[in-house]
Design a protein around this ligand. Structure first.
Ligand code: HEC
Ligand code: HEC
Ligand code: HEC
Length: 441
């Protein structure tokens, strides 16, 4: 009996060891490219870091601002309606809520007293000036690839802003998640603390794209799924992840569930304007990434990102089917058994989206062929109904929020109607799931 128990215990240890080993022994974010990775100092080619060539002669403030945009520090460090970089934005995680700190140069409540070395340690290693560990909700495992010069350019830019006096809010994590020292162990496994290394065999554009996507743009923090220890699962690179209650879709080169069928032009237009004809609009966290960061980049930098993204190996997600084509104007209507959803669509959506889903007012309102409507979880469709879509005040038509007007079951019913009518697979989002999405907003 004892021997059997020992054997079972041994087998469990081996299996757990193998699972854990697989989690920590991961390929690097662009290991798929192969080739010789070299230190920046010995790289023969145009510099992939810093600002693009067009801005090389610009003043330090302009260059610092550009690099800060590339890394999109503003999105997370700004509360809804708050002063940029003053922090206070909540991130609701399964074990509690964390608020971003104030990174304006206020000496008491911000980072005004920080030295260069302290700032580098925070952005590269996730270590605060008092030696305590920062949570990886701050994506330092990606930023660790930024050069010292770029991190310090960001610091100079932040220090040129008006200091804002606003105290930081503590997180609400309970035991054991409130133990910051555990993040030291996490970092030892999941933050290699290495600066960007270009691949000698790849083009200058590819290397620039890799720097923009992996080091600065941290696309993987949303688009790559996480393992049990909340680290990015690089074997599933860009195969789709989660961001604040939204699905951040598969952006691998898979033609069915990823963006492999998009043209270079469509991808570049989506990244610069948040919309490409027939491909849908960037909403929620992606809208923010486009508005605050990607849309501010030069054409050459967008082209470099596209060059790099094209080479990310295809991964098929079973969950994400080939988007359905155009929807017929009316005949299918009767066959969808969802009278509440149909009535709501008729009363509240049809004026802007048309019965065909082709968009009644502007191309941005097209519901056919776009990923959100062809995602069988209907998560992002429900989020759009709750949050609205588009930008008020730009003079272009936008979609209002229905969060106050609709109950959870009404949101679910109309979301399921939209996916059944215009999508490839239909959905069955529940009122309970809608309620959970509301709590994230
Ligand atoms: C995805 C969201 C996100 C982005 C993007 C982000 N941060 Fe943060 N940052 C956080 C969170 C969350 C914390 C708090 C971590 C903690 O409490 O352990 C934080 C903490 C920090 C801190 C520590 C401040 C202190 O008072 O301890 C600094 C400095 C910082 N971030 C700078 C930056 C810079 C510079 C950038 C852009 C290069 C950036 N952050 C981008 C989420 C983000
Ligand atoms: C803060 C999280 C976040 C970050 C960072 C982010 N994305 Fe996204 N992305 C999303 C979400 C969420 C969606 C889905 C938006 C929607 O449904 O409207 C999305 C959608 C997309 C799409 C459209 C996919 C499709 O099938 O419709 C592309 C392309 C894309 N992102 C590329 C990028 C690139 C490239 C970067 C880095 C430069 C990036 N994203 C950074 C969250 C993010
Ligand atoms: C006042 C006009 C208006 C109304 C009413 C409206 N929408 Fe929209 N909707 C839009 C516009 C405009 C966009 C594109 C927003 C943008 O430019 O980012 C949009 C976008 C969307 C998207 C995102 C499509 C994509 O590309 O991912 C979905 C889903 C959607 N609407 C569903 C609905 C549903 C369901 C209703 C009814 C409950 C509704 N809308 C009501 C105007 C409207």
């Amino acid at each position: 009996m004892r021997r059997i128990l020992t054997l079972i215990a041994g087998a469990i240890v081996v299996v757990l060891g193998a699972i854990f080993g697989r989690m920590i022994l991961q390929p690097g974010p662009y290991a798929f490219a192969g080739g010789n990775r070299v230190d920046l100092a010995s790289y023969k080619g145009a510099s992939p870091t810093g600002v693009p060539a067009e801005l090389a002669a610009a003043d330090p403030h302009t260059r610092g601002e550009y690099v800060t945009r590339m890394a999109d520090c503003e999105a997370c460090h700004t509360a809804k309606g708050g002063t940029p970089f003053a922090g206070g934005r909540p991130f609701v995680l399964p074990f509690g809520t964390i608020y971003t700190p104030n990174i304006t140069p206020d000496p008491e409540t911000g980072i005004g007293k920080w030295t260069d070395a302290q700032f580098l340690a925070a952005v590269h290693k996730g270590i605060a000036p008092d030696g305590s560990r920062l949570y990886p909700a701050f994506p330092y495992a990606s930023y660790t690839r930024l050069t010292d010069a770029d991190v310090l350019a960001i610091k100079s830019y932040l220090f040129s802003l008006k200091p804002v006096r606003q105290a930081n809010k503590p997180n609400t994590f309970g035991f054991p998640f409130n133990q910051r020292w555990l993040m030291g162990i996490w970092s030892a496994f999941f933050n290699d603390d290495k600066r960007f290394q270009p691949v000698q065999e790849q083009s200058a554009a590819w290397n620039r794209g890799a720097y923009l996507v992996e080091a600065a743009g941290h696309c993987g923090e949303c688009h790559t799924p996480r393992n049990l220890l909340q680290a990015l699962d690089q074997r599933q690179k860009f195969a789709g992840g989660q961001a604040e209650g939204w699905n951040a879709y598969n952006i691998t080169s898979d033609r069915i569930s990823g963006i492999g069928a998009w043209s270079n032009d469509e991808l570049a237009t989506y990244l610069t304007t948040g919309h490409a004809k027939g491909r849908g609009v960037a909403s929620g966290p992606m809208h923010e990434a486009v508005a605050l960061s990607i849309s501010k980049l030069t054409r050459s930098d967008i082209a470099a990102m596209v060059t790099y993204l094209r080479t990310v190996p295809a991964i098929r997600s079973d969950r994400l089917p080939q988007p359905a084509g155009p929807a017929p104007a009316s005949p299918k209507l009767a066959s969808i058994d969802n009278p509440v959803g149909k009535r709501m669509f008729e009363g509240n959506c049809v004026a802007c989206h048309a019965w065909t889903g082709a968009g009644a007012i502007i191309e941005e309102a097209r519901l056919t062929g776009v990923r959100s409507v062809n995602d069988p979880t209907a998560t992002n469709v429900a989020q759009m109904i709750l949050n609205g879509a588009g930008r008020p005040g730009t003079g272009r038509p936008y979609m209002p929020s229905f969060a106050d007007a609709y109950s959870d079951s009404e949101v679910a019913a109309v979301a399921n109607y939209v996916t059944a009518r215009f999508g490839a697979a239909g959905s069955s989002i529940t009122p309970k799931e809608v309620a959970a999405l509301r709590r994230q907003n």
